[in-house]
Design a protein around this ligand. Structure first.
Ligand SMILES: NC(=O)c1ccc[n+]([C@@H]2O[C@H](COP(=O)([O-])OP(=O)(O)OC[C@H]3O[C@@H](n4cnc5c(N)ncnc54)[C@H](O)[C@@H]3O)[C@@H](O)[C@H]2O)c1
Length: 322
């Protein structure tokens, strides 16, 4: 769309790539800010179509320059420290990246142009442990560092909207999967790397933890619908939605499904049961986004998983090096 410049932080990530590709199809101008220079070579993006800036959103000067130069109309703030183990081992830098990074962007918008739409990638983990499905109005009670960094940022975004009238949209997604996810500590990339390298699959958990699994393209569509809603409804300043999946199962069942579609029988799985920083049960109630934004999950788990697996096999030379 002409004159509608969109900034995506963390555009080289799993969700950032899916969202950039979706926005490209819809003819929006995308500016990507990501600090991971080596990832530029391997990402699944049209590099000529998008302006890519290698930089860090902890650097306030870069943000000011980008917002002024490109007259940013909407920001998808996806960039973050996303690995739960990294956050557990390095809490201070993870809080800084996730919380202060979010504040930096909110501040840039507050100072420069409050009409800029800010879309924040929160997470189901922001709710913390819960025995039943998460609903948007549940109290958030995260305790693990990654989860707490998302909960804190989520609440800070809400505060900026309520106190300074910023236009804020928050999405809390379940576990995402899809093509070109290079976070090899995540379950599907990790299984695929083991299969490609013909090594045993090592599970850090007991395999019983239950999660929602949603394709990144479905999540990207939810972000896009929320941006469109906020563009149309100029008076709505704060909207919060869960983005869940029809598919919710235990990690061990996910492993078995991946192996089944990889055509691997009797594959060796080692259960370490060392993960102490993980929630036992996570399930999102996503009826609100279905009703208000008409969002629905379009990609079945079987189709999404098959596509993802075939992407990893096609790109096995990249994966072998990671
Ligand atoms: N993947 C999931 O299952 C999931 C689920 C719920 C919420 N989320 C949230 O959605 C967002 C996107 O997730 P993802 O899976 O695409 O993450 P990802 O780890 O694949 O990508 C994150 C990107 O952010 C970049 N980044 C990190 N810190 C940066 C900084 N200071 N400056 C510039 N770039 C920086 C990284 O280089 C990376 O490319 C994250 O905020 C994550 O917390 C993800």
């Amino acid at each position: 769309m002409k004159n509608f410049n969109i900034l995506i932080t963390g555009g080289f990530g799993l969700l950032g790539q899916a969202l950039t590709n979706l926005l490209n199809e819809r003819n929006f101008n995308v500016i990507i800010l990501d600090k991971n220079k080596p990832a530029l070579k391997r990402v699944n993006l049209n590099k000529k179509r998008n302006r890519v800036i290698i930089g860090n959103f902890l650097d306030k000067k870069i943000l000011l320059t980008i917002f002024k130069k490109y007259k940013i109309k909407a920001v998808f703030h996806l960039g973050a420290t996303t690995q739960v183990n990294e956050a557990l081992n390095f809490p201070a830098s993870s809080y800084e990246n996730n919380i202060n990074g979010t504040i930096n962007i909110l501040e840039t918008i507050r100072v420069l142009n409050k009409k800029t739409i800010f879309l924040f990638a929160s997470s189901d983990k922001a709710y913390g442990e819960c025995k039943t499905k998460y609903k948007e109005n549940n109290n958030m009670k995260a305790i693990f560092p990654y989860d707490l960094s998302k909960m804190s940022s989520d609440l800070i975004c809400q505060s900026y909207s309520r106190i300074y009238n910023l236009k804020v949209g928050i999405l809390r997604c379940g576990n995402l999967y899809g093509r070109a996810d290079f976070n090899m500590n995540r379950i599907i990339p990790d299984i695929m790397r083991s299969v490609i390298k013909n090594k045993a699959i090592v599970l850090r958990s007991n395999g019983k933890m239950k999660r929602d699994y949603l394709h990144a393209d479905d999540a990207a569509n939810a972000y896009f619908l929320l941006m469109k809603f906020m563009m149309r409804n100029k008076k709505k300043n704060l909207k919060i939605y869960n983005v869940g999946s029809k598919t919710n199962f235990a990690v061990i069942n996910l492993v078995k499904k991946v192996l089944f579609y990889c055509k691997k029988k009797n594959y060796k799985i080692i259960i370490k049961n060392r993960a102490k920083n993980e929630l036992n049960f996570q399930k999102l109630d996503f009826s609100k986004i279905k009703k208000e934004l008409n969002w629905s999950q379009k990609i079945s788990f079987t189709d999404g998983l098959r596509d993802t697996i075939s992407w990893y096999f096609k790109n096995k030379n990249i994966i072998k090096k990671l």
